[in-house]
Design a protein around this ligand. Structure first.
Ligand code: FAD
Ligand code: NAP
Length: 543
């Protein structure tokens, strides 16, 4: 499938002021939002900073990028025909295939005509007199619409740490989330990689096989479970497709919205040998299913310790040098930072051309013209890869100058951490919605179903507003406060809120430390959203 996007830019025939809806972002959220908006007969326009659709899968083209939710679960469910016709090739889909899928969806539903690419939304101001949003784009465009949907992504604002001397480095630098479309050939190169999160662990084994030498700078080691990726069992795929609804229904009952088996027995009630057997069988199966070994792994420290020690044992089994194995072994809470799903990551450190440098005690000092200085040593590189993640959940939203009622700036309202009602809307910012915003389960779930649920909720809401002759919807301050309090309370119940992860904004200097996603579980969240609707949009003021 070709990536024919830019040609459709500026194709819309609308004047600047007759839009019903502006959608920011053309990832899976923005694409589906446009499709639903059209179904409601709304005049809608999507603005996308990139040159094509796909969002995450458009930007993150680093070697080895792939989904770690299984292919048969990471796809749209709104169209039975789409689900039936699309064929995934691997158990976990590689980035190019997911991007191809996004392009296929854009073609199949003829989405590009209302999309404007290479255009960043810079400002969105609510005009109280007209009750409309005035939106300014990077090409100088001035737009107005009754509604705005921020489909800007939770992991779309790349974080490149401000290390001294950044500009002085004479070689090439790359960020995994802004990878060049033509790819990068590291053959014969000395490469430095900063970071050991999901993006790093996927790319390091592949870059190591290509580069002359690879040096990894690790601040915090991560827990991983093996992917055991391979060709997708087409018999299994056919079985799922024969009753896709059953798999989707099961997934909706799981806390992460992924159909995995969860053993609700407490881990500490099992004997050592029995527990080990359970972990081994989950390990052999691979993937996130490991988290279902025991339902209390994220609730009980002792239970968590057993999983953590099991994984450390696996590192010792695989890594030849005991000192390196020790360095690679995490000692924080298992699953506290997002669990990584790997292919040959630890094995890579047995290669003679790979070196691991611990920068946990002393940060990287600076980049130099020839490379990088850390722990008092100069390293010479031809290229440096920043696998340093994202200003997650709030980054993309706060990069836009968003002003609501009375000129209140979102950046001010969220100075102490994000506040929203259901992660869908913000008091004082009427008719503006966020897809998988902070305060929703979002990044703790299989994201595609979460995106669809939000888009469906927003679309139904827009339909309701119009059917009932309302002009505005705005969460009540008290409903928002109650929800924020509930989000914080549920976060406190889990071990996950206790460590320095991007879930709490710890990776961005100066960012308020607040656990941002909703931890109460996907089923409870679905119930709450449905209840709000059943009670006539409870907690919202409709005017
Ligand atoms: P995105 O895909 O991030 O799209 C947002 C779009 O908005 C981007 O294209 C961006 O350019 C655009 N945008 C942002 N701000 C502006 C602006 N001001 N003006 C114009 N355009 C703007 N989730 C899973 O469930 N399973 C996985 O295995 C998984 N793997 C991932 C792997 C990687 C490398 C990353 C980074 C994320 C992964 N995720 C995964 C999360 C992933 O982000 C979601 O699954 C999903 O793709 C998000 O879709 P989205 O449309 O909400 O946001
Ligand atoms: P990440 O998980 O935030 O990892 C960033 C890494 O960079 C961390 O190891 C971090 O160390 C390190 N780092 C940041 N600044 C540094 C500095 N100044 N000096 C040294 N090290 C520094 O980012 P990511 O790997 O891009 O992943 C982000 C999220 O995207 C994932 O958690 C996941 O949700 C999603 N994702 C999924 C997949 C997948 O498998 N499907 C792949 C990639 C991404 P600290 O830990 O010490 O902060």
């Amino acid at each position: 499938m070709s990536e024919v996007n830019a040609g459709a830019a500026h194709a819309g025939a609308q004047s600047e002021s007759n839009l019903d809806l502006i959608i920011v972002g053309a990832g899976f959220a923005g694409m589906y939002m446009l499709h639903r908006a059209r179904g409601l007969g709304l005049a809608a326009r999507v603005f996308e900073a990139g040159s094509g659709v796909g969002g995450t899968w458009y930007w993150n083209r680093y070697p080895g990028a792939r989904c770690d939710v299984e292919s048969m679960q990471y796809s749209y469910q709104f169209s039975d025909e789409l689900a039936a016709e699309w064929e995934w090739s691997e158990r976990y889909s590689p980035q190019p295939e997911i991007l191809e899928y996004a392009n296929h969806v854009a073609d199949r539903f003829d989405l590009r005509g209302d999309m404007q690419f290479d255009t960043r939304v810079e400002r969105a101001h609510f005009d109280e007199a007209s009750g409309r949003w005035n939106v300014t784009t990077s090409d100088g465009g001035q737009w107005s619409a009754q509604f705005v949907v921020m489909a800007t992504g939770c992991l779309s604002s790349a974080n490149k740490p401000k290390i001294d001397g950044l500009e002085s480095f004479r070689g090439d630098t790359y960020h995994t989330g802004q990878w060049p479309h033509e790819g990068v050939d590291f053959t014969g190169k000395r490469v430095g990689v900063i970071g050991t999160g999901s993006s790093a662990i996927q790319s390091i084994p592949i870059m190591a096989a290509q580069a002359d030498h690879l040096t990894v700078f690790q601040r915090t080691p991560n827990y991983m479970v093996p992917a055991h990726n391979g060709a997708l069992d087409q018999g299994y795929a056919a079985e799922v497709k024969a009753d896709y609804g059953a798999l989707r229904d099961r997934a909706r009952t799981r806390p992460g919205g992924i159909d995995i088996e969860i053993n609700m027995a407490p881990a500490m009630e099992a004997g050592d040998a029995a527990r080990r057997e359970v972990y081994e069988s989950k390990w052999a199966r691979g993937g996130f299913g490991f988290m279902g070994a025991y339902g209390d792994l994220m609730l009980d420290q002792a239970a968590n310790d057993t999983a953590a020690e099991f994984v450390r044992g696996k590192i010792r089994d695989v890594v030849d040098d005991p000192d390196v194995a020790d360095l690679l072994s995490p000692h924080n809470i298992f699953g506290c930072k997002r669990l990584c799903v790997d292919t040959n990551y630890w094995q890579t450190y047995n290669r003679s051309n790979v070196k691991l440098i611990d920068v946990s005690e002393e940060p990287i000092e600076r980049l130099t013209p020839g490379g990088l200085r850390a722990r008092g040593e100069d390293f010479e590189f031809d290229a440096i890869v920043f696998a340093t993640g994202f200003d997650a959940m709030t980054g993309a939203l706060l990069r836009i100058d968003i002003q609501g009622v009375g000129g209140e700036k979102l950046v001010d309202k969220w100075a102490e951490g994000p506040k929203s009602y259901l992660g869908l809307s913000v008091a004082g910012f009427p008719n503006l919605f966020t897809v998988t915003g902070p305060g929703s389960p979002s990044v703790l779930t299989n994201m595609l179903p979460s995106i669809e649920q939000h888009v469906n909720w927003i679309s139904d809401c827009l339909d309701y507003i119009r059917q009932h002759g309302h002009a505005q919807i705005n969460p009540e301050a008290v409903a928002e406060e109650d929800w924020v309090a509930h989000v914080r309370e549920t976060a406190g119940l889990s071990l996950r809120a206790t460590c320095s992860s991007w879930y709490v904004g710890a990776n961005i200097p100066g960012k308020p430390r607040v656990f941002m996603p909703y931890m109460g579980g996907y089923p409870a969240y679905l119930e709450k959203c449905a209840e709000v609707v059943e009670n006539g949009y409870q907690g919202f003021a409709l005017t």
